[in-house]
Design a protein around this ligand. Structure first.
Ligand SMILES: Cc1cc2nc3c(=O)[nH]c(=O)nc-3n(C[C@H](O)[C@H](O)[C@H](O)COP(=O)(O)OP(=O)(O)OC[C@H]3O[C@@H](n4cnc5c(N)ncnc54)[C@H](O)[C@@H]3O)c2cc1C
Length: 532
């Protein structure tokens, strides 16, 4: 069963071996085991619903608790401590477009706020009811998960928007097809959520980001249905699909989406390369991205993240042998690991790998073959479970992400890291930050920073530590000219930084679009554009 106050299935545990534990103790100090609230106690604090009985609407306490929060750091603290400031007053699980329309109409008529809910994997507070204001209905899309149309000759598949990653891929796979969109939250996140947050999959280099995969669909808005026909290209004015991408539930409920699918690849392989230093590895990554080397993934870890990967992954004996070999070949303390993926025909994979190796060798890259890639593949959706284990040992972790042009990336990373390392000094606390380039583009890359710190004795103290870290990283990002989000969206946590990116006029234009489709302001208020 899915955990109510953490990540994933409660039967899955990511163990932390002794080496990992002692590393954390030496980097941060001993952790204080938190006192998590029990489910029964938290349920007893769910207030009565403000919604009268309605068809399709459930008002049970557990249902409302399980849809009250997502996966952001403040969400975790709230769920683990049982201190949840607001709950939806009801949750509906529509099965058809007509039922979604009926629910939107109900909310319009009665002034109920409506929050579309996909998989609830948002890490920026997208699905949280905001405390002030009237009753809230969360519309969970989990019963809308079918492939409803397939145009094989155009390679267009239409799904109900609540379909989760594994289910979507299984339905396509049965027909020899794939979408290839694999965010790390794949297990639970949904097609509608991916579109509404402009999500990026781990193999976006090969398959494209969701904005390249989203061909059209339909949204039920308070002002009526918005049809988005699928054209291969169009010069008929601004593209409304771009408005729906990243709309974060502010415009309406996406009921169906047509996506660009493709045949299952003949071959897929992942492999590892070590570089003696970040500088050489960074240049190799840039050159590969700009040369258009046929890769489906390129992930480059900095030295601290490489160290942690080696510590957590595989057998100590094999890791020690690998490190001895790398040392002899010139990749010592400063070494950085890159994981590369090739997807396509056998020939395309061979060519992609050959070209990647050629460019890497010029920067000192050392091929360590498929075991490193296979280890990454095995944990690609499992590593988020480590967050549960860390929490239970008294350590907190959060991720910050941005994207910048190549010319500004290294400076931004330095500024973010320096800020994070200093942010908790006033409290006498240390932080440990690791980073990787998670997606590369010809003109830049996304930077993904993971920050570890100790939880405080009480939840408010832990949250305050996170606030300091988040503010520091967000200011370093905006001051370096990076986007406030490459893939997680805006929600609540990034909203204060959006103006730096869009400008006042840009925000006014977006506000106008929200007001046109949602004149009464009932759709997911407080997110993306809090003033609107
Ligand atoms: C462990 C972990 C790993 C992650 N890895 C990645 C990653 O690799 N790449 C990435 O891009 N993101 C990642 N994320 C963030 C998150 O998974 C994405 O933002 C995802 O797209 C959210 O999808 P969801 O279905 O869970 O949406 P939810 O969290 O349910 O909702 C997110 C927003 O979308 C809106 N929404 C959802 N469905 C609809 C709909 N049908 N119509 C209108 N609006 C809708 C909601 O109102 C809300 O504003 C990760 C999160 C976690 C917890």
């Amino acid at each position: 069963m899915r955990r109510w106050n953490g990540w994933g299935d409660d039967g899955v545990i990511f163990p932390l071996e002794e080496a990992g534990r002692s590393f954390l103790e030496s980097a941060l100090g001993p952790g204080t085991v938190p006192h998590d609230a029990a489910l029964e106690d938290t349920l007893s604090r769910v207030p009565s619903s403000r919604l009268p009985a309605r068809r399709l609407v459930r008002t049970g306490a557990e249902e409302r608790l399980r849809h009250a929060r997502g996966q952001s750091f403040p969400d975790w603290v709230a769920l683990r401590s049982g201190r949840i400031s607001a709950f939806p007053d009801g949750v509906a699980h529509p099965a058809t477009e007509e039922e979604v329309r009926e629910l939107v109409a109900l909310c319009v008529e009665e002034g109920i706020r409506l929050i579309p809910y996909g998989g609830g994997t948002s890490v920026v507070g997208h699905v949280n009811p905001v405390r002030d204001g009237g009753p809230v209905l969360t519309v969970a899309m989990d019963r809308m998960r079918s492939l409803t149309a397939l145009d094989e000759s155009s390679r267009l598949g239409t799904f109900q928007a609540g379909v989760q990653g594994p289910d979507l891929e299984a339905q396509l796979r049965a027909r020899g097809l794939t979408l290839g969109h694999y965010p790390q939250s794949f297990e639970y996140s949904t097609l509608g959520g991916w579109i509404a947050t402009r999500s990026s999959g781990q193999q976006a280099l090969g398959y494209g980001r969701i904005e390249q995969l989203f061909a059209g669909g339909r949204m039920e808005t308070p002002a009526g249905p918005l049809e988005l026909p699928s054209f291969p290209a169009s010069a008929a004015g601004p593209d409304l699909r771009e408005l729906v991408l990243g709309s974060e539930g502010r415009l309406g409920v996406l009921t169906r989406a047509t996506v660009r699918v493709r045949p299952l690849p003949e071959r897929e392989e992942f492999f590892g390369l070590f570089f003696p230093s970040w500088e050489g590895a960074f240049e190799a990554a840039r050159e590969m991205a700009q040369a258009g080397v046929r890769l489906s993934m390129l992930r480059l870890q900095d030295e601290p993240e490489t160290r942690v990967s080696l510590l957590l992954g595989g057998s100590r004996r094999l890791t020690a042998m690998l490190e001895r070999y790398l040392n002899l070949r010139g990749a010592g303390q400063e070494k950085c690991l890159a994981i590369l993926g090739c997807t396509g025909t056998a020939r395309q994979c061979r060519e992609g790998r050959r070209e990647a190796l050629r460019l890497s060798r010029r920067r000192g890259g050392l091929w360590v073959g498929r075991p490193a890639g296979t280890a990454w593949l095995k944990n690609r959706f499992l590593s988020p479970y480590l967050r549960n284990t860390l929490w239970e040992k008294g350590y907190a972790v959060d991720t910050m992400e941005t994207a910048l042009p190549w010319s500004r990336l290294s400076g931004a990373l330095q500024a973010i890291r320096a800020g994070l390392e200093r942010a908790l000094e006033g409290e006498g606390e240390r932080t440990f930050a690791t980073a990787h380039l998670s997606r590369v583009y010809p003109d830049g890359a996304s930077l993904y920073v993971t920050c570890l710190f100790r939880a405080a004795e009480d939840p408010d103290g832990t949250l305050e530590r996170w606030r300091l870290l988040k503010r520091t990283a967000s200011l370093a990002i905006t001051e370096s000219g990076g986007t406030i989000s490459h893939q997680h969206g805006v929600g609540l946590d990034h909203a204060p930084y959006l103006k730096a990116e869009k400008g006042a006029l840009g925000l006014a234009a977006l506000t106008g679009a929200v007001r046109a489709l949602d004149p009464a302001g009932i759709m997911n208020p407080g997110k993306l554009l809090p003033e609107c």
